[in-house]
Design a binder for this molecule. Structure first.
Ligand code: SF4
Ligand code: SF4
Length: 98
């Protein structure tokens, strides 16, 4: 029984450590859409809790757009939800310092 508790504690510590690591390193990263892979399935929209992504229709056609890029935490949740390898995290470019 003790081994089960120890395993659970280790698992919990790994989960918390992973989350903190993502939070720390995600600040400098932002999601990027690889248009050629995107099927417009909307799974990423449902997964993002920060209202970053939107499905828009304009002169470029229907596509995923970052409507609130400043809200992106780089958490990667949308990437996990995308089954078509259409999302990636890239280095955030600081446009304010230009
Ligand atoms: S989950 Fe992937 S394929 Fe689906 S709309 Fe989002 S980016 Fe496109
Ligand atoms: S990386 Fe996180 S915050 Fe950024 S768009 Fe994806 S789910 Fe939303």
């Amino acid at each position: 029984m003790t081994i089960v508790y120890i395993s659970l504690v280790i698992l919990l510590l790994l989960l918390i450590g992973g989350k903190l690591h993502r939070k720390k390193h995600g600040r400098n990263r932002i999601v990027h859409v690889l248009e050629k892979n995107c099927t417009r399935c909307r799974s990423c929209l449902k997964k993002c809790n920060h209202n970053v992504l939107d499905l828009v229709k304009d002169e470029k056609g229907t596509h995923i757009e970052l409507k609130n890029p400043d809200n992106c935490t780089g958490c990667g949740d949308c990437i996990s939800a995308c089954r078509f390898n259409a999302l990636e995290l890239v280095q955030r470019v600081d446009t304010k310092s230009r």
